[in-house]
Design a binder for this molecule. Sequence first.
Ligand code: C2E
Ligand code: CA
Ligand code: CA
Length: 433
Amino acid sequence: MPVDPSPPQRRQFAAHEIVFREGDIADAAYVIESGCVEILVGSEGSWRRIAMLAEGTLVGEIALLDGKPRTATVRALVPTSLVPIYRNQVESLLAQADPVLQYLMRVLLARLRRSGDTIAAGAAASPEAGPPATTASAAIGSDTDPLQRLHASAMRAFTIAQGLAHAFDADQLELHYQPIIHLRSRRLAGYEALIRWQHPSLGMVRPDEFVTLAEKTDLVHRLGDFVLNRAVRDWPALRAFCADGEGIRPFISINLSAPELCQPGIVEQVRARLADGAMDPAELRIELTETSIIGNTGVVTDVIQRLMSMGVSLALDDFGKGYSGLDYLQSLPFSCLKIDKSFIDRMAVSERSEQIIRTALQLAGTLGMSSVAEGIEDAATGERLAELGCVYAQGYHFARPMPVTAIGAWARGFSGYTRPVTSANDRAPDRAP
Ligand code: C2E
Ligand code: CA
Ligand code: CA
């Protein structure tokens, strides 16, 4: 739900006016903009003041946890201005937050409510007594509780965050390779390298779960280095199965995000790795998404231009997902357009989607770029894309990402893109998500 961008409405209270009463259904907390309020417990006529709060503090914040009745009455002591913060606003902000932050916020609010309940019941009238001790599990409730699920996902995020640095040292990361097929000739042209983490207790962790985390820390440097090293090291073995000639030039694509490309020394690092592996730079392709370029255009453009001058090529990844501004096609020298799976999926049911794909392919052709369609899951889609002039395709219909050791068996079984992918692999390819 989008957060209402309109400015908060203030609420004015005269001296001694009630802001809310114990038992009222709560939907907002209030920031005290000016003035002062008192918190009262007990029944009307025999209220007991348990606190006074002045300008700059928050009152009624337990309403941010749930819609349960207020546990105390709040009354203005002097003319007071309050800015409400509605629970639905906070909920929508929280929904977009990191699961660890969501979890911490909810546990703290749950503890606050318990201490509020205790105070209201008169069991702990003294603020010095502090809130009763609660364990996280007591605060978050039963297995079916949404908070319990949040607890599980926060624990997973903690485990991933804590284990990532060790994953590099403990050799838990792997690079898998997904074949990319030249549609017209139906031959294997190249691969996309996709990172995998075999976690000792969580099992296979998907890149979406840890790549962004690495990007926010120093580990981003190690991630890019690992991918580059592995891809260059595995390239001779992978290249051996690719078609070469008759318009097909074997290549391997790696994903580098803007934070990775912005690392100091990245160009020299790529140059050194390619030299160490005696790899032709023209066979390395870097995939970059529009979302990762936004906000980093200056540095990224400079790095890309230096990589291009070395002979490395550049693909615009996930085209059609997100912004799809055509700006980057003007400002960066992309040589390949990768059309996102979401477009490909709609192609069979939407004439409009097919038109957009046709136009994107024409645009790529006009600009002298090649094209890759992503996420092909059936033969008919592959056939149709070939008719529309798409150059390459990638998807589970042809092959799932797999370790380098599995490529040979797959390649020997692959005889054209209408053949369903059966795997007599040395090691199993990725399972379906
Ligand atoms: P991406 O670059 O768009 O990669 C394609 C994703 O689509 C991969 O998911 C791949 O396994 C999946 N895929 C391919 N064909 C099909 C299909 O037919 N059907 C379906 N449903 N999915 C298909 P994966 O490996 O989970 O990667 C997710 C994202 O994580 C990647 O999206 C990429 O943005 C990022 N990523 C992966 N490896 C790396 C890496 O080494 N470095 C960086 N910076 N990001 C990476
Ligand atoms: Ca990619
Ligand atoms: Ca993609």
